[in-house]
Design a protein around this ligand. Structure first.
Ligand SMILES: O=P(O)(O)O[C@H]1O[C@H](CO)[C@@H](O)[C@H]1O
Ligand SMILES: O=c1cc[nH]c(=O)[nH]1
Length: 308
């Protein structure tokens, strides 16, 4: 690997900084353990300095497919099948770089994406990246929507329908806002009208800490509530403007906001939770659904790069 990046970025201090941690400037080396990358072992500015768009999603296969798709969409040189996993030295996350686009998997749930985001945001900082936009492209359960609808998140809310994320730090609860970039959400909705091949809406997204009980499912190994209680909760969520449920949006929104990163959450609904809990849609239909947020984001990126 080429020359090491110095940790202290004093020439960048007057510019917008992505990290909010004074301790970083005093570290000799920063090891991004779950990416198997580090400031002494890798030339992060050379590897990642041109990144402008970061797309994240739960599954490693989806993020590899997205990398191949965006490679073709941006008409880049080389074979899309040759794109290699930058994090192949670890099986925690997968990461693919395609021109100015980084595609990373984050696993399931808040702790998993939160660890990934800490290391990603430090990576962007060490690489001296500027004006980066982040997108979460995921799947979700819809409330009152036909399956396959893409929900662009207005507010990411917790299980109490509050637009906030609570993190326990040194035994105290810290509450952070989960406001996302309104301009990006509007522009993504505009992109969907230009593509006009699947329904897309802007709505609130509820982030839970569990797929089963936490999302009011009746089909988990545990269930302590009735069908009526489940439906009452989901109807109240709908009244609060919630149109889909997933498991990472609040921490994603909160961390991006604090770190001056513009961000959007785009999740396709796999089912209508008012009609059931099991995901029984055929595999090939689910695969097509998962591609919908990718198409939307690819269109957005191409517009940003003035390629269309
Ligand atoms: O499809 P992804 O991006 O993984 O997102 C959703 O799917 C997982 C649950 O099946 C959770 O991570 C949820 O947020
Ligand atoms: O119902 C669903 C579907 C996908 N992801 C979720 O978190 N919930």
């Amino acid at each position: 690997m080429a020359v090491m990046a110095p940790i202290l970025h004093s020439e960048f201090i007057e510019q917008e900084q992505y990290v909010k941690n004074p301790h970083l400037d005093h570290m000799e080396e920063d090891i991004l353990y779950h990416f198997n990358l580090g400031t002494k072992t890798h030339n992060l500015p050379a590897m990642f300095g041109d990144i402008k768009f970061v797309c994240v999603g739960g599954s490693a296969n989806r993020m590899r497919s997205f990398a191949q798709f965006i490679h073709q969409q941006l008409k880049l040189a080389g074979n899309a099948d040759d794109i290699r996993d930058i994090c192949e030295g670890t099986d925690r996350y997968s990461m693919y770089k395609v021109g100015p686009v980084l595609s990373i998997s984050h696993g399931m749930g808040v702790p998993s994406i939160s660890i990934m985001l800490h290391e990603l945001i430090k990576l962007l900082y060490h690489a001296h990246c500027r004006d980066v936009m982040l997108f979460r492209i995921g799947t979700s359960g819809g409330i009152g929507l036909p399956p396959g609808t893409v929900v662009i998140t207005d507010k990411a809310v917790d299980s109490f329908f509050r637009p906030q994320f609570e993190q326990v730090v040194l035994g105290k609860v810290i509450t952070r806002s989960t406001e996302l970039d309104k301009g990006m959400a509007e522009e993504l909705l505009q992109c969907s009208t230009e593509l006009h091949n699947f329904p897309s809406i802007i709505g609130n997204t509820m982030c839970t800490h569990d797929f089963y009980e936490g999302q009011g499912r009746l089909d988990g190994a545990l269930c302590s509530f009735s069908t009526e209680e489940k439906l009452e909760y989901l109807r109240k969520a709908h009244e609060a403007g919630i149109r889909n449920i997933e498991m990472e949006s609040t921490v994603f929104a909160a961390m991006c906001r604090i770190c001056n990163l513009k961000a959007a959450v785009i999740c396709v609904t796999l089912l209508n939770r008012l009609e059931g809990d099991q995901i029984s849609t055929p595999h090939e239909v689910l695969v097509e659904y998962q591609q919908r947020p990718q198409h939307l984001v690819a269109h957005f990126i191409k517009k940003q790069l003035a390629l269309i």
